[in-house]
Design a protein around this ligand. Structure first.
Ligand SMILES: Nc1ncnc2c1ncn2[C@@H]1O[C@H](COP(=O)(O)OP(=O)(O)OP(=O)(O)O)[C@@H](O)[C@H]1O
Length: 251
């Protein structure tokens, strides 16, 4: 059966303006994008072009100045702060460059924390299954400080996957990793889309990471300049070069 594509995340006419004193900077300048359900999209562009701001607004971590964000049919501007926090916790997963693990908690405690905060029962079998799939079966009782960057990022992915989120937002998830760990992390994200039907939106500077996605959205000066479907590493690198971005920055 062919699945009908739908927009898991849709942003419309998104504008974000920052004011410092009397100066105003428009960081998102009327962005309209749809991220289809069950797909993996990379967002690329020069430093300062607005990628992280887009991700933060699309994920309900920041409010746009104007425009709308709809996730799985829910319009975020209609939610007050408490409802937005609940929505993020229940429906979204996050993976950041800085893994954001709690250092005093074990791997098992870290990955079950969002569910526990949400008052949901955590199924032990599901925890074991996810840790096993991510190659962390022997680390359930380890604390993050005793793990490599690649392992810590896999814990962050396990934490994101355990809540069975509709959408996973990732900001430079491989930015701090060596190429071997980065490849493992990208494969796990790819499998979450191809195997489990998750939707992923990932900001990256790395053409290799972007080539794992189904599509790349290129940003410049707060606007979408191009979308490439089935991206290849060389084509992505070439497009980034024309946008004046240093390719593979941060790696
Ligand atoms: N809270 C804030 N207050 C003021 N300006 C901000 C704030 N957050 C971001 N900016 C500005 O918005 C612009 C876009 O930032 P953003 O982080 O979205 O870019 P980016 O494309 O993700 O960059 P990078 O690739 O370097 O991470 C930058 O000029 C930044 O200084």
């Amino acid at each position: 059966m062919t699945r009908t594509p739908y927009s898991a995340v849709a942003v419309r006419d998104l504008v974000k303006t920052y004011r410092t004193g009397s100066a105003a900077q428009t960081v998102l300048d009327g962005v309209t994008l749809a991220f289809p359900g069950g797909t993996f999209t990379a967002v690329m562009g020069p430093s300062g072009s607005g990628k992280s701001t887009l991700l933060q607004c699309a994920a309900g971590l920041d409010r746009p100045t104007s425009g709308s964000v709809t996730i799985e049919g829910t319009e975020l501007s209609g939610l007050d702060e408490a409802a937005l926090t609940r929505f993020r916790r229940d429906r979204l997963g996050f993976v950041f460059q800085a893994y954001n693990l709690v250092p005093t908690l074990t791997v098992r405690q870290n990955v079950t924390l969002p569910a526990e905060l949400a008052g949901r029962r955590v199924d032990d079998t599901a925890v074991r299954d996810v840790l096993g799939r991510l190659g962390l079966a022997d680390h359930a009782d380890t604390k993050p400080a005793a793990m490599s960057g690649g392992q810590q990022q896999r814990v962050a992915i396990a934490r994101a996957l355990l809540s069975e989120p509709a959408v996973i937002f990732a900001d430079e998830p491989t930015g701090a990793l060596d190429s071997r760990s980065a490849a493992q992390v990208l494969k796990l994200l790819r499998d979450a889309v191809s195997g489990a039907g998750r939707t992923i939106v990932m900001v990256t500077h790395d053409p290799v990471a972007a080539s794992v996605a189904d599509a790349v959205v290129f940003f410049a000066d707060g606007r979408v300049v191009e979308t490439v479907i089935d991206p290849r590493v060389d084509a992505v690198a070439a497009r980034m070069a024309t946008l004046g971005a240093p390719v593979g920055a941060g790696r």
